[in-house]
Design a protein around this ligand. Structure first.
Ligand code: UD1
Length: 350
């Protein structure tokens, strides 16, 4: 058992986890990472070391491996957990829902069991704005406040809303001790300003900016814009894009909050900017960062897409003293920097 206190980051080799590890280390925290590397690369740990000059201990394990989790909590004095580890592809989740529930939900239960057995009571959970589903089904729910009724529309979203329920029920049974921050992310984008870390999607990217980045490097011919017949200013859907470094800092703010309360807490916070941006506006901004117009064609709507997912960010501003500081232009610049330095991410060229 270590003397020092550690923050455990599950999924710390992944996109958002790795950026958050950098911020934690730079804030002087001791961090240990657990990751099963199914959708991430150990190389991210090397990049974290290059940026922070600190080698963060890494345990390759699956959260469902109870023995590995017990050893982890025995080897390190873990006082708080930031829980990122998750499968996250919406389309895939609709095809293999049991894999998603087992990985995301069973993994979280295993983590909570290990926390309980070792007297660790604080967790910051990576939820998603996807738990709201189509908030435009209600009047006056755009921008989306945290009290908007939930209604996820796919298996991935159900795993996130289920884990939220588990946390709320666990808190109800342990109100004096358990501290949980549920962070509902809007659309994380961008990369570390150093150009050393970023998103590293395997296969064909599902999300807008990772795909656009591969169009810019010539790995993909053109972007397909999924519909321009929505009721927005240019017909394309609105999303609340947030720089991954701002998002990472939101976790430190949430951790500070739950570490500061005198009793237990279980509360949801949106992490978004409060501003909606259309697909065509994003294309224009990333094209400006690249320095040329990127090719796209408008095709039909993508099943499951909705008109508008924009956060009401006031609760995080009031209670976490956190606001986005970086713009979409900053994110496009940083994404392009990362893409030009590492067009194949952490992988070797195909
Ligand atoms: C998606 C997921 C969401 C998940 C988030 C981050 C759905 C319905 N939602 O959000 O649950 O939390 O990713 O992983 O899948 N677009 C194109 N062409 C593309 C790709 C995207 O036009 O090739 C458009 C989409 O129609 C959307 C916008 O770009 O309007 C953003 O799409 P995307 O990056 O996939 O994120 P979301 O769909 O908002």
């Amino acid at each position: 058992m270590t003397e020092s206190e550690y923050v455990l980051v599950t999924g710390g080799a992944g996109y958002i986890g790795s950026h958050t590890v950098v911020e934690l280390v730079q804030a002087g925290r001791n961090v240990v990472v657990v990751d099963n590397l199914v959708n991430s690369s150990e190389e991210a740990l090397n990049r974290i070391e290059t940026i922070t000059k600190v080698r963060v201990p890494f345990v390759k394990a699956d959260l469902r491996d109870a023995a590995a989790m017990s050893k982890l909590f025995t080897d390190y004095k873990i006082t708080s957990v930031l829980h990122f580890a998750s499968l996250k592809a919406v389309g895939e989740s609709t095809k293999i829902p049991l894999v998603y529930f087992d990985n995301n939900v069973t993994g979280t239960i295993s983590l909570l069991n290990a926390m309980e057995a070792h007297g660790c009571h604080s967790i910051v959970f990576s939820s998603s704005a996807t738990v709201y589903g189509d908030a435009t089904r209600f009047e006056n729910m755009i921008p989306i406040p945290e009290n908007c009724p939930l209604g996820p529309t796919n298996a991935y979203g159900h795993t996130k809303s289920t884990i939220e329920e588990i946390l709320r029920d666990y808190y109800a049974a342990n109100e004096k001790t358990f501290r949980a921050a549920i962070l509902r992310y809007f659309n994380p984008i961008g990369a570390h300003p150093s150009g050393l870390m970023g998103e590293d999607p395997l296969g064909v990217p599902n999300n807008l900016l990772p795909f656009l980045a591969q169009v810019a490097t010539g790995r993909r011919e053109k972007l397909q814009v999924f519909g321009n017949d929505y009721a927005s200013r240019d017909g394309t859907p609105l999303r609340d894009y947030i720089h991954v470094v701002d998002l990472a800092k939101g976790h430190l703010a949430a951790l500070a909050k739950i570490e500061s309360v005198s009793e237990g807490i279980c509360r949801e916070w949106n992490l978004g900017s409060g501003h909606g941006t259309t697909v065509l506006e994003v294309i224009a901004k990333f094209s400006a960062a690249v320095g040329r117009d990127l090719p796209f064609e408008v095709v039909g709507r993508r099943a499951g897409d909705v008109l508008d997912l924009t956060a009401a960010p006031q609760r995080a501003a009031d209670e976490l003293h956190w606001k986005t500081q970086l713009s979409i232009d900053d994110a496009c610049r940083d994404l392009w920097n990362w893409t030009t330095k590492y067009p194949y991410g952490y992988q070797k060229p195909e």
